[in-house]
Design a protein around this ligand. Structure first.
Ligand code: ATP
Length: 324
């Protein structure tokens, strides 16, 4: 392998830049070329590709987002699109690919490999932490810190007005952000996609905490919460059933994806980038690099895509006890 291409795909996450930097510099360290591909698979199809030397990635370790931009590409889901992408890679002399993204991007990489035998290596980059084969995905730690910081601020105003706040955080299918940030920020209740607490239990818990003397409360809700009501419907329901509460909603939205990556995410990105490039150089393909028990390990991409990242039961219990 003489030339590695790197791209970021799917939803962006803090730490992606640090991972690009690591891939580029590991290539330079091993005296091979690195090419940056813009806008994920879109840039591969369009041949939007540049050479990246070690100085091209200066001053980005601390930057959120991705300097290579990200995109979702419908065309890459077609054989014609992938053929175009393959031709461009060939013309640029690229002979292996590092894909920084989520499970959709890894699926794209697997399909590409099966068609053209092209070596691919995945780096898990998504704030949701919903990928099997790594304890942490890039951007997750930063997102948790962002969410906790914001909920702290919401708590100040909730306290001052004796209000109940529903705070919606990202996580359509995974409640990792809600559960961890909820515990970290001292939430009263945490509603996640993996567990259906039901409306009765929510009301009961809120009534109990009111009776115990709490005057304000924070309920953290994942986007994909199983109760099947969005935060605004939850607000209406609680207002109807507990008129004594003044209820407000705060949807945190895309700010959770932004910001300077935490030190943890920068270090993780650096480690994952080194392992991704060195694994390709060892002739490995179709793996994802990830953090398992404090070591950077390889998991077959197929498992990373199919496997389920689980919610820690112990955390659920801790969260229950903390809201006593
Ligand atoms: P996030 O976790 O942020 O959603 P992701 O990598 O899962 O990130 P997706 O939008 O699911 O994001 O996938 C990114 C891109 O991967 C898609 O836009 C598409 O180009 C490619 N892709 C996904 N699934 C396939 C597939 N079955 N075949 C070919 N390409 C695919």
């Amino acid at each position: 392998i003489k030339k590695i291409g790197v791209l970021t795909s799917g939803g962006d996450a803090p730490g992606m830049n640090a991972a690009i930097r690591s891939v580029v510099r590991t290539c330079a360290y091993h005296s091979i070329q690195c090419m940056g591909i813009y806008r994920g698979f879109e840039g591969m199809i369009e041949g939007d590709i540049i050479e990246m030397g070690p100085r091209a990635v200066k001053n980005i370790v601390n930057k959120g987002g991705t300097i290579l931009k990200s995109a979702r590409s419908m065309e890459f889901k077609t054989p014609e699109g992938r053929k175009k992408a393959y031709e461009h890679l060939k013309n640029f002399g690229i002979d292996a690919l590092v894909i920084i993204g989520g499970d959709g991007s890894f699926t794209g990489g697997l399909v590409f490999n099966s068609e053209f035998g092209f070596p691919v290596m995945g780096i898990p980059g998504t704030i949701d932490n919903d990928i099997f084969g790594t304890m942490y995905t890039l951007g997750y730690d930063t997102a948790l810190n962002t969410v906790v910081e914001v909920i702290d601020k919401i708590r100040d105003t909730a306290n001052s007005h004796n209000r109940l706040f529903f705070v919606e955080v990202m996580g359509r299918d995974a409640g990792h952000i809600a559960l961890n940030a909820g515990i970290g920020a001292g939430a009263e209740e945490i509603l996640i996609p993996e567990e259906n607490l039901g409306l009765d239990r929510l009301l009961e818990s809120l009534k109990k905490s009111k009776a115990s003397g709490k005057s304000s409360s924070i309920v953290v809700v994942s986007e994909g919460d199983k109760i099947g009501k969005n935060v605004f419907e939850l607000r209406d329901y609680v207002e109807e059933n507990m008129p004594e509460y003044d209820v407000r909603v705060s949807v945190l939205g895309h700010m959770q994806r932004g910001g300077s990556p935490s030190c943890f995410d920068r270090v993780l990105a650096s480690r994952l980038g080194v392992k991704a490039v060195e694994s390709l150089l060892e002739g490995k393909t179709n793996y994802m690099v990830g953090l398992i028990a404090d070591k950077i390990e390889l998991t077959p991409l197929e498992q990373a895509v199919k496997g389920k990242s689980k919610i820690d039961e112990e955390l659920l219990r801790v969260s229950d006890i903390m809201s006593t």
